[in-house]
Design a binder for this molecule. Sequence first.
Ligand code: FAD
Length: 387
Amino acid sequence: MEFGLTDEQRAIRDTVRDFVRKELSPREPEVLARDRRGEPGLTREELTGLQAKARGFGFWGLSTPEEHGGMGLDAVTQALIHTELGRSYVPFTFGGEADNILYEANDAQRAEYLVPTIEGDRISCFAITEPGAGSDAANIRLTARPDGDDWLLSGEKTFITNGNDADFAIVIALTDPAAGARGGSTAFLVDRSMGWTSSPIVTMGPAEPASLFFDQVRVPSSHILGEVGQGWRLAMRWIGRGRYLIPARAVGIAERALTMAIEYAKTRETFGAPIAANQAIQWMIADSELELEAARLLVLRAAWLVDTGADPRHASSMAKLSGAAMVNRVVDRVLQIHGGMGYTRELPIERWYREVRLFRIFEGTDEMQRLILARDLLRGHTKVGLA
Ligand SMILES: Cc1cc2nc3c(=O)[nH]c(=O)nc-3n(C[C@H](O)[C@H](O)[C@H](O)COP(=O)(O)OP(=O)(O)OC[C@H]3O[C@@H](n4cnc5c(N)ncnc54)[C@H](O)[C@@H]3O)c2cc1C
């Protein structure tokens, strides 16, 4: 078994590390100051400015195919990049990305939605969750009723990332309520100008999702993504994509936080000696590294399976469950090692503490990942030791 990275993967990782050091790290004090004032870490202009700078040296559209001007990177390299970005709490992502399911668009839709989204001229959001349908996404109620050659969408979506800024939404709606969401839902490309509205949801972390409201929003049939009845398949593809990238970021956050804790433990003195001299502190450091490295291997293995073309779902669920739990435990220990300082808003630790709590909830909660793992094993889709 080969655990090494290719020269190209190493070069890309090092370039991103350099970018983080030169472009993101200097902005960190301002991000914390803004956080204390309840403002986003970067304005949209600052984000697009940084993305343009990164594009200048070729970092644009990590997952975007080369024919669309992207890098078309393999999954392992993307995971490495997300880990590097996780090492800074400046909320940056490289530009040039579009939702994976937009590639299922027809030619006209590609020109109207896919290409401008890649270019950053349009902002999308993906909406399946509803007030009555989160983990149980098949319970969605937002309905699209046919009306001539149009559809009328009515209902509510909630917790939608980018929902405040998006100018179009990919909406999963019931088109055949009797068949239920699995066979009777459809994905629609719905411009905000068609009539949906949004309202922000205040959360405990930097994430600012929105509720979206649809009251007889008229959508032409030409705005159906894929085929009528394929909504569930597209939704599962969308949700599945990030499963190894969220824990990849978690690994980066944990690396940075643990490094801070090690430095602090060596310099903070109590009872005449550095706190690092205490076994209680040493064990927190050791356990954190152990869990971090285990999560890293699960992430890279899931990404590697994506690259080999094998079914990565079971491995991705393990990576997500492990990475989300790991980063919550590590950040909690890092906060504990910093004592009262860890609890202040002078340091980024309490911000991570609030931010990473989300990792156990979105794109499939811990419990849903466990459900997937157990179901695969009990039904024999996966055998112990062969996952
Ligand atoms: C910041 C943020 C961003 C988000 N972005 C998006 C987005 O862009 N698009 C989108 O569509 N959605 C988005 N979501 C929604 C997210 O995917 C859901 O919140 C998530 O799936 C959980 O659903 P829920 O909140 O309704 O919790 P529920 O499903 O109500 O679950 C509540 C609790 O019960 C547990 N539970 C539920 N069923 C079971 C079971 N059978 N066995 C054991 N335990 C169970 C859950 O694990 C959880 O702990 C976002 C959420 C947040 C918080």
